[in-house]
Design a protein around this ligand. Structure first.
Ligand SMILES: [Mg+2]
Ligand SMILES: [Zn+2]
Length: 187
């Protein structure tokens, strides 16, 4: 079984841009490719885990989310970095699109997507890490025994200032590259 680093998408791997609905609005951080490559070389599976309630809200089409993920994968591959899987939750309990309007077990802080990825990719959750800019990212990791790093990019600087007593990160890092360095030191 491989160890994984579960990386949040918006605000962690790419810039937070509200509901991302066009490729022109998809902006990489300058360190994204290097951070993923460093984790690849250390033997981690790198898996993107993302809440995409914009689908249930009728703001973003599911086909676009998949297109954006192909675009991210291509861009990383061009820099020698690999994402082992993309997993997204399209649901939202108060969504407007009938098909996706529900309470599910995969919208973070629920750990459903991590469990699904672990089953698909043979991952050892208890020896894995979660990196994200929101408390719900960390909580999803803690629910499966993974360690967590909060990054200050995206909305992380806000969430850092508004601690959640039940969800204490194992580390706080300036960005995904610093988080990767912390993980390599503590793995
Ligand atoms: Mg995020
Ligand atoms: Zn879901």
């Amino acid at each position: 079984m491989r160890r994984a680093v579960f990386v949040d998408r918006d605000g962690t791997l790419i810039e937070e841009s509200g509901y991302l609905d066009r490729l022109e609005r998809l902006v990489f951080f300058p360190f994204s490719v290097d951070a993923v490559r460093v984790l690849n070389h250390a033997g981690f599976a790198v898996v993107v885990i993302t809440n995409q309630a914009g689908i249930a809200r009728g703001i973003v089409r599911e086909a676009f989310v998949e297109e954006a993920h192909r675009h991210i994968a291509d861009r990383l591959r061009a820099g020698g970095a690999t994402i082992d899987g993309f997993y997204y939750c399209p649901h939202y309990p108060e969504g407007t699109v009938e098909q996706y309007r529900r309470t599910c077990d995969c919208r973070k802080p629920q750990p459903g997507l991590l469990r699904r990825a672990a089953a698909d990719l043979d991952l050892d959750l208890a020896r894995s890490f979660v990196v994200g800019d929101r408390w719900h990212d960390l909580a999803a990791g803690h629910a499966v025994g993974a360690r967590s790093v909060l990054v200050r990019t995206g909305l992380g600087w806000k969430d850092e200032a508004d601690p959640h007593p039940g969800t204490v990160p194992d580390a706080v890092a300036d960005n995904l590259m610093d988080a990767a360095a912390w993980i390599l030191e503590h793995a």
